[in-house]
Design a protein around this ligand. Structure first.
Ligand code: G3H
Length: 486
């Protein structure tokens, strides 16, 4: 694939390209296989894309930001219709590029379509509300929401379609113009959609570029012409980009970053339910989710039972290619990830933890069997780092203040899962937990959806809120016309 989209033109790139590899292979040898390549764009192409977005926005006077809401909605409806025709192609690439299972790849595509359609409906409602006048102290106001300007949008590899579009779609529909750089893994799957972007929106509204962040995103930020940095990924990349901006105090940040969501298992928890929820919570998509449970606190009274049964269930999971029936574990898309996980295991073992599941840590190619580690202590790397992969640290506790103190000390604050039967007795604890994170999941694992619920975090976990409803607000500002009753 040699094309990128700038100012409504699908340009052919004649320079160097970067090869895109897969860790999936139909031969059952999970060696890296070449899938294709993408343009290795340079600074001048990145700045062309920025100019495309600037021209289309034209300081707020452009066709797109001034277009009637109904027409912007029509463009989005055309886009979603065209996108639906690409389902099979995109789903296949999701499996090959990032190793996501077939049901989860289909879910990612369908969830994205739902997200766009719900965004359209919510925007219609927003517009209906804006049509009403309010009156206070003799002053009438017609309050609506207006765009912010130019949005640079970068998405993550674990949801290269869904989470990227959870940024891009609300940014576009609110009247901003955008430059979008897909994630490193899960990049080819954007290419079937280039033509839909090109033909659904006026030129320059969506500009799609490829290349290294340092080479293409940093120079765009350096111009100081970006109004919103929208990124889902890690805080290191977000900070590095933010620092490039000469007037970063003017920059709006819409960021979804790291998390270390804990599960807290109380002595009266329903063990079967807890184990199943913890299994999905820790290991869906091999633990490569910001919402994954990344540390499990289990009360010492039930730790023996929990550990034994949980470890057994982990070993029963099926490994294979994403399209095979019932597969839950797949090779990891990042080539050095298995080695990183092994490093965490070695560190924990050297400090006194044990692998409590028989298959834990077993390696082949870029796959590592999830290791369940117990007892994990604070000095271990697996306790401190966001592992974002198949390794499960279990920390025993006797007093609820122990996990609460750890959460209060943590740099992260996205979600928690609390397992215990007596929900009424838990209510004071829940009142504390909501002050430490933004979502408390009772007897269920952490997750982002349903997408109408607020998705955000405290401390280093997020800036701004992403739900269908909130994202429209994150990418806009309230503006109004006022007049007096005279
Ligand atoms: O990686 C972070 C995602 O927001 C996780 O989303 O909970 O729907 O899997 P999810």
């Amino acid at each position: 694939q040699k094309h990128y989209l700038v100012s409504g033109e699908l340009k052919e790139w004649k320079g160097d390209t970067t090869e895109v590899y897969s860790t999936i292979s139909s031969t059952k040898e999970y060696k890296r296989t070449l899938l294709g390549s993408i343009p290795d764009l340079q600074e001048s192409e990145a700045l062309d894309a920025l100019n495309g977005a600037l021209k289309a926005y034209d300081k707020g006077k452009g066709v797109w930001p001034t277009m009637h809401v109904k027409e912007r909605i029509e463009c989005m409806e055309v886009f979603v219709k065209k996108m639906k025709t690409k389902r099979e192609e995109v789903v296949k690439l999701l499996m090959w590029e990032i190793g996501k299972s077939l049901p989860d790849s289909q879910k990612e595509f369908d969830r994205t379509i739902d997200y766009i359609e719900d965004t359209i409906e919510d925007y219609k409602q927003l517009d209906r509300n804006a049509a009403k006048f309010t009156k206070n102290d003799g002053v009438y106001a017609h309050i609506k929401r207006g765009p912010l300007g130019i949005v640079l949008c970068l998405g993550p590899y674990n949801y290269p379609l869904n989470e990227t579009f959870a940024l891009l779609i609300p940014a576009i529909i609110m009247g901003n113009t955008t430059i979008f750089k897909p994630a490193k893994h899960g990049v080819l799957l954007i290419t079937p959609l280039l033509e839909a972007f090109q033909t659904s929106f006026p030129k320059g509204v969506v500009n799609v570029i490829f290349g290294r962040g340092r080479t293409v995103a940093a120079p765009i930020m350096k111009t100081g012409k970006i109004d919103v940095l929208a990124l889902i990924g890690n805080s290191k990349s977000a900070n590095a980009l933010q620092e490039q901006h000469p007037k970063s105090n003017r920059l709006r940040l819409v960021l979804g970053l790291e998390a270390k969501n804990p599960a807290i298992i109380l002595p009266d928890a329903d063990l079967d339910l807890t184990i199943n929820e913890c299994l999905a919570g820790t290991l869906s998509f091999n633990g490569q989710r910001c919402t994954a449970l990344k540390v499990v606190y289990v009360h010492e009274e039930i730790s023996a039972d929990f550990n034994k049964n949980f470890a057994k269930k982990v070993d029963e999971l099926k490994f294979g290619n994403p399209w095979e029936d019932g597969v839950k574990l797949t090779p990891l898309p990042e080539p050095d990830k298995a080695a990183y996980i092994q490093g965490l295991i070695d560190d924990a073992l050297s400090k006194g933890a044990k692998i409590i599941n028989k298959k834990g840590g077993k390696h082949f190619d870029n796959f590592i069997w999830p290791a369940v580690l117990y007892p994990v202590t604070k000095d271990m790397r697996v306790y401190q780092e966001e592992q974002f992969g198949p390794i499960i640290p279990i920390v025993p506790f006797t007093d609820i203040e122990e996990p609460l103190d750890d959460m209060a000390e943590s740099n992260y604050g996205q979600q928690v899962s609390l397992f215990g039967k007596d929900v009424y007795a838990l209510s004071p604890l829940i009142d504390t937990l909501v002050n430490l994170v933004c979502r408390v999941n009772l007897n269920s694992s952490c997750q982002r959806g349903p997408d109408v619920y607020p998705f955000t975090g405290r401390k280093d976990s997020a800036q701004a809120t992403l739900s269908v409803h909130d994202a429209l607000r994150s990418f806009s500002i309230r503006t109004f016309v006022a007049f007096k009753d005279n």
